[in-house]
Design a protein around this ligand. Structure first.
Ligand SMILES: *Cc1c(COP(=O)(O)O)cnc(C)c1O
Length: 394
């Protein structure tokens, strides 16, 4: 009846950067040529620069989980004891992966919406100082919670354990000082804050982690990080790479460098703050209110309303694709994303749509309440600064 533009507004895949999408049209390129080597080197350097690390960064073809798997395959041996910190669906993936490869994980588990604390990690090491690694999510996308990576890193550095971080939605939404904090493996994925389609995973690797690879005994072939490192020196990947995605990544990295990684993070955090303000103004509860991150905000559906209905209404009424809860949270929460190519325009629309959807499903809403909350955050953060500036002489 009305025009509905389909808008991808989930926390992965995220909205695509137009110039990255256009760059993919140059994909008729062979990967053993100078043209490609230039692109590959540029992507590897760009990733190091945006991740702000001196560590090598390796790119793999696969979704984010590919790099999670590669980290385990390359750095560990069967039977090793490790510590897994989990507070949601993606933390559970670390548990399954470490078990799947024959490691012996001890699991610190927090309920969905919570976060594992440095004190809990310290207590675990006091009980067993022999853990070979700690696995965690920087940002737990299933709940919107963020972990105190700096605090936990401090605890771990007292021991001979690798710190392996799934930062797939942490990169670009929170500060992660890889070199300063001593983060051994930091994992990212293309379809999150990097604004391009799914299919590339990447990870920064510390000297400590490279050293572990010399003695680890888990079988590996396709995701052999040392083989990739050798080839990367010459601007090549071990296997046929995803050329189209690398072209997109090169364009996206240029955009992120021009914007500034710090500004990308600030953008996500400001949108997250505005979203929390809108939810609160509308009388809705936040799932991770005590430890909210900048990647995504998980909002509880009003009592008695199924969040699947809200998600479906977003799509049917407005063409907006937003995320439901995952696992046990399905039907309980809906998630508003902020990571990557999201702006205030997106958020104004989502909150205005939400108000209409809530009202249509019997939840009392004074139209404009949530939108005004977003406007106030914008005004405080941006407008106030601009108005305070000296008037421009004409
Ligand atoms: C998206 C995501 C992943 C990776 O999922 P894939 O489907 O393999 O890309 C892992 N961890 C977190 C926290 C994520 O948000």
């Amino acid at each position: 009846m009305y025009i509905k533009k389909q808008r991808l507004l989930t926390p992965g895949p995220t909205p695509l950067l137009p110039q990255a999408l256009h760059a993919m049209m140059g994909s008729d390129m062979h990967h053993r040529t100078e043209d490609f080597r230039k692109v590959y080197k540029s992507v590897l350097n760009g990733l190091k620069e945006t991740m702000q690390t001196q560590n090598d960064v390796i790119v793999l073809v696969g979704s984010g989980s590919a790099a999670m798997e590669a980290a385990i395959q390359n750095c560990f041996s069967v039977g090793e004891e490790v510590l897994v910190c989990t507070a949601g669906k993606f933390g559970e993936r670390w548990t399954a992966l470490t078990k799947g490869f024959g490691l012996k994980p001890t699991v610190i588990e927090q309920p969905y919406g919570g976060a594992v604390t440095p004190a809990q990690v310290a207590a675990a090491f006091e009980a067993n100082p022999n853990f070979r690694a700690v696995f965690i999510q920087a940002s737990e996308t299933s709940t919107g919670a963020a972990h105190d990576i700096e605090g936990i890193a401090k605890v771990i550095r007292n021991y001979d354990a690798l710190f392996v971080i799934d930062a797939i939605t942490g990169l670009g939404t929170m500060p992660l000082k890889i070199d300063e904090w001593g983060l051994d493996i930091v994992i990212g994925g293309s379809q999150k804050a990097f604004m391009i389609p799914p299919g590339l995973a990447f990870l920064s690797i510390s000297d400590r982690a490279w050293k572990r690879m010399e003695t680890s005994n888990i079988a590996r072939f396709y995701f052999d990080l040392r083989r990739e490192r050798k080839n990367a020196v010459n601007g090549e990947s071990a296997w046929t790479p995803a050329v189209s995605l690398l072209l997109a990544m090169d364009a996206a990295l240029k955009y992120i460098r021009d914007l500034g990684m710090d500004n990308l993070i600030k953008n996500a955090q400001l949108l997250a703050r505005a979203t929390r303000a809108a939810a609160t103004a509308l009388g809705l509860e936040l799932l991770s209110g005590n430890n909210p991150g900048g990647s995504v905000t998980a909002i509880c559906a009003p009592p008695g309303m199924d969040s699947s209905l809200i998600v479906k209404d977003f799509r049917n009424r407005f063409g907006s694709i937003i995320a439901n809860g995952q696992g046990s949270m399905k039907g309980q929460i809906f998630r508003i994303a902020h990571l990557g190519y999201f702006d205030f325009g997106d958020l104004f629309a989502m909150v205005a749509e939400l108000e209409i959807i809530l009202a249509a499903n019997g939840y009392p809403v004074q139209f404009g309440t949530g939108v005004a909350a977003v406007q106030n955050v914008y005004a405080e953060a941006a407008l106030a600064k601009e108005l305070a500036k000296e008037p421009v002489a004409v």
